[in-house]
Design a protein around this ligand. Structure first.
Ligand code: AVI
Length: 314
């Protein structure tokens, strides 16, 4: 794990322009900062998808086309605190659907808390937490042959390039059977006035989330990034719908990363690209699933039209 981190940081800092992978945002501090981000007034994404799960639950259930006498599996990739999913689970439970809920997450702690919370909120619900890699868990669930609904929410797909997103969805399809469903939650392309503040909040939480990556490298790879000499900078291009986060070196400086055994030079104003947060429309989603085994069955939007949950069928 630490070897992979080291190699990816090395590769990123030696690239031109410099990059660092956003998946490394999520250490303990990064997880806590992301929870804060989801509660920020500017970060509309979580609230928008929650609106769908609260107010369009019946529509979601209808497009899943579930039979009350057939046991199925509801599998969530990156379940976190399950805030949105709980709305769906409550409805399914009250309507006497028969199913197991499999939340998959990297964090054993998040899964433990989620299970405790659900056991209290929905005592009848069968919760089978799965800690680990999405594809390893899906592979182990293949055997059951029960109909499956996969949830991949929160526009998490947007942190991948379109090629990687396509490959990811293709691989999901390879673990499913014909008729299985994938609920893909994505942020929609909209104006800069709405998107940019979501990645540049007034309290500076997103800035801390981005800069924490350098702090993590300092701690885990023994480097000497002076965090005061770097700042967070988001950019958003409304035409292509891609928000990008950068870390900018505010002075000319050199940084030694001891475990890599190298010193990296930064010019004043030089950027490190740390994240993409893609926004979508129908055309982009169609393109991404073009070479997968899925087709679009439905699209459910929040009341403001900010966010969409696409129901894809295998
Ligand atoms: C997890 N992911 C969908 C978030 C996003 O909106 O791209 C991560 C994030 N980065 C900055 N703020 C939130």
């Amino acid at each position: 794990m630490i070897e992979t981190f080291k190699n990816e940081v090395k590769k990123g800092l030696e690239a031109n322009p410099k990059t660092l992978p956003s998946k490394y945002f999520y250490d303990k501090k990064g997880d806590a900062l992301f929870v804060e981000i989801m509660n920020l007034p500017e970060y509309y994404l979580t609230r928008s998808e929650l609106d769908i799960f609260k107010n369009k639950t019946q529509q979601l259930i209808q497009t899943f086309d579930l039979k009350k006498d057939t046991y199925f599996e509801l599998i969530e990739l990156g379940a976190g605190d399950g805030l949105k999913t709980k709305e769906l689970l409550k409805k399914l439970d009250s309507q006497n659907f028969k199913f197991d809920y499999f939340p998959i997450d990297i964090s054993a702690n998040a899964l433990h808390l989620l299970k405790e919370d659900l056991n209290t909120a929905i005592p009848n619900l069968s919760v089978k937490t799965q800690q680990g890699d999405y594809f390893e868990v899906l592979d182990s669930l293949k055997e059951s042959k029960k109909p499956k609904v996969i949830l991949f929410l929160g526009s998490n797909i947007g942190n991948m390039t379109d090629d990687l997103a396509s490959e990811f969805i293709y691989k999901l399809g390879a673990n499913l059977l014909a008729g299985d469903k994938l609920l893909l939650g994505v942020d929609l392309i909209k104006s800069e006035e709405i998107v940019l503040p979501a990645y540049n909040d007034s309290k500076g939480i997103t800035a801390a989330f981005n800069i924490n990556l350098l702090d993590r490298i300092n701690r885990e790879l023994k480097s000497d990034f002076n965090l005061n000499n770097f700042k967070h900078q988001p950019e958003y291009d409304e035409k292509d719908g891609v928000a990008k986060s950068f870390i900018i070196s505010t002075v000319e400086q050199s940084v030694e990363v001891k475990t890599i055994g190298k010193t990296y030079h930064f010019a004043k104003g030089e950027k490190i690209h740390t994240e993409i947060s893609r926004k979508y429309n129908d055309e982009l989603i169609e393109k991404i699933i073009e070479n997968t085994d899925f087709s679009i069955e439905n699209k459910i939007m929040d009341s403001k039209g900010y966010f969409a949950d696409y129901v894809l069928i295998r």
